[in-house]
Write a protein that binds this ligand. Structure first.
Ligand SMILES: [Zn+2]
Ligand SMILES: [Zn+2]
Length: 162
């Protein structure tokens, strides 16, 4: 299983993707920021490879639009079958789609996300360290981010970046 990462460039915030089976280094096409990801040990992810943060959470890698699409289609089919006086079929559609939804939920893997930089890791099996999302921790990081951007905006007029 290869590790795939979806992240934002630490320098210019540009969205990026990387497959670690293809490359262990990454260079931003926009700002030329260079990132080394050689710290990754196969199958283990105890810290974010981008920002070295150790607080990560896991989430189901289930796209919301897919769940919604299944639900909408099932509801429409249910109403259609009901309108045609096939209540048995209507209920079968509804129950079937719910079961399918549940199966899909188990079948899709987990994604591991960094609280700090929001990098998403796929293709790694979560360990006991990876807990579900906690709002209090996320809030702490949000505050930290806010403070950082405030500091940066204060510093900008004096420092020169080239
Ligand atoms: Zn960049
Ligand atoms: Zn991170």
């Amino acid at each position: 299983m290869s590790l795939r990462i979806r992240f934002r460039c630490p320098e210019c915030d540009d969205a990026a993707r990387l497959d670690l089976s293809q490359s262990r280094t990454w260079q931003c096409p926009r700002c030329d920021h260079w990132q080394d990801l050689k710290a990754y040990q196969e199958g283990q992810l105890s810290a974010c490879l981008l920002c070295r943060n150790r607080e990560l959470y896991k989430k189901k890698d289930f796209p919301h639009w897919l769940g919604l699409t299944i639900l909408t289609v099932a509801c429409l089919a249910f109403l259609w079958a009901h309108g045609r006086y096939h209540p048995g079929i209507a209920w079968m559609i509804l129950i079937g789609s719910a079961a399918f939804d549940g199966l899909l939920y188990f079948w899709v893997g987990d994604a591991i996300v960094c609280y700090r930089c929001g990098a998403e890791y796929r293709g790694v099996i979560p360990s006991a360290e990876h807990k579900p999302f906690e709002l209090t921790i996320a809030e702490r990081y949000r505050q930290e981010r806010l403070r950082r951007t405030e500091l940066e905006s204060e510093r900008k007029p004096t420092s020169q970046r080239g």
